[in-house]
Design a protein around this ligand. Structure first.
Ligand code: 5RP
Length: 278
C-alpha cells in the first residue's frame, strides 16, 4: 500500500488502541429521512468532536458538515435504489473518485450484496473501485449489505461475504456482529468494523454488541442508529469509545454513560457574587 492510502487509514484508526469509532449517518441514501436524522446537520454537529470518522454521502457532507472540520470522512459512493423497491441490490457507483479527492475524504465506501439478485454488479463495482482507489491512494471500505433480509446475519454468510470483499481488494470491511463472529474475523485478512443495525432494546445491548465485537477481533465500530436514535447520543458515543479504545466492560460503559448524563444535566456553577447579609 502506498503512503497516501496508508496515511488515510491511519487517520481513521487513531490512538494507542489502533481501533476506530466511526459514526454512520449515510442511511438517507436509500431510506430517506430516517428518524433523528431528518435534520442531519443538527444530529451530526454534537457528535463530530467524539468521532474518529464519519460515514456519509456527498450531499450530507456538503450541506451538513462544516468544511473546517478535521474529522476523517468515509464517503459512501454507491446507491441508486431506495427502500421502496423489494430488491435493494441494484446499486451502482454514484460518486466519482475525482469527487472523493476533491472532497478530501479518507475513504470511499460501497455496499456489496453477496447472494442477492445483483451480486455480480455489486462485486464488480467493488473491484473497479479498488482499482481506482489504488491509483489515487484512496482506501475502499466494503459494506456487506443484507438488504431487508436481516436474518442473513449469521457467521457462515458473513464470513463468506467479508472474505469475498477482501479477496476483491477491499482495504476495510464493514459487517454485522453475529454469533461465532471470531470465525468471520479469522477468515478476513483486512480490518473489520461492525455496524450496529436497527436500534436495540437497551443501551446495554448496544454496549454488549460493541464489546463482543472488539473482544472477538473487530477493529472498531461504524454505528449509526444505536447512537443517534438513543436518548443521549453524545453520552452513548462517549461510552462506546471507552469500549473500543480503553477495553471497558459493558458495566463500565454503562457507568460512563450515566456519568456523562449527570454531568450534562448538572446546572452550570454560578459566578454571580453572593449577596452579603445585612
Ligand atoms: C446504511 C449503512 C450504515 O452505515 C450501517 O448499517 C451502520 O449503521 P447502523 O449502525 O444504523 O446499522 O451501511 O446502509
Amino acid at each position: 500500500m502506498g503512503w497516501g492510502l496508508t496515511n488515510r487509514i491511519a487517520r481513521m484508526f487513531p490512538g494507542k488502541s489502533g481501533n476506530s469509532v466511526m459514526v454512520a449517518v449515510d442511511h438517507g441514501y436509500f431510506m430517506g429521512p430516517t428518524r433523528n436524522l431528518e435534520s442531519a446537520g443538527a444530529t451530526i454537529a454534537p457528535l463530530l468532536p467524539y468521532a474518529d470518522a464519519i460515514a456519509l454521502t456527498r450531499g450530507i457532507l456538503r450541506t451538513s458538515v462544516p468544511p473546517a472540520s478535521t474529522v476523517p470522512i468515509v464517503l459512501r459512493v454507491s446507491g441508486g435504489v431506495t427502500i421502496l423497491k423489494d430488491d435493494l441490490s441494484e446499486e451502482t457507483i454514484t460518486t466519482s473518485m475525482e469527487e472523493a479527492l476533491r472532497l478530501n475524504v479518507s475513504a470511499v465506501a460501497l455496499s456489496v450484496f453477496v447472494g442477492a439478485p445483483h451480486e455480480h454488479q455489486s462485486l464488480t463495482n467493488l473491484a473497479k473501485l479498488v482499482d481506482d482507489g489504488e491509483r489515487h491512494g484512496m482506501p475502499v471500505l466494503a459494506i456487506t449489505a443484507v438488504g431487508k433480509e436481516l436474518e442473513k446475519r449469521d457467521a457462515r454468510y458473513l464470513a463468506l461475504a467479508c472474505r469475498v470483499a477482501a479477496e476483491l481488494g477491499a482495504h476495510l470491511v464493514k459487517t454485522y456482529y453475529c454469533e461465532g463472529f471470531s470465525k468471520v474475523v479469522e477468515a478476513c485478512p483486512v480490518p473489520i468494523v461492525v455496524a450496529g443495525g436497527p436500534k436495540l432494546a437497551t443501551i446495554e445491548d448496544a454496549f454488549a454488541l460493541a464489546h463482543s465485537a472488539i473482544a472477538e477481533g473487530a477493529r472498531g465500530i461504524d454505528m449509526g442508529r444505536n447512537i443517534w436514535q438513543s436518548e443521549h447520543p453524545v453520552a452513548m458515543l462517549k461510552a462506546l469509545r471507552t469500549i473500543v479504545h480503553d477495553a471497558a466492560t459493558v458495566r463500565e460503559a454503562a457507568d460512563a454513560y450515566q456519568e456523562e448524563i449527570s454531568v450534562s444535566l448538572r446546572p452550570a456553577a454560578t459566578t454571580a457574587p453572593r449577596r452579603r447579609k445585612v
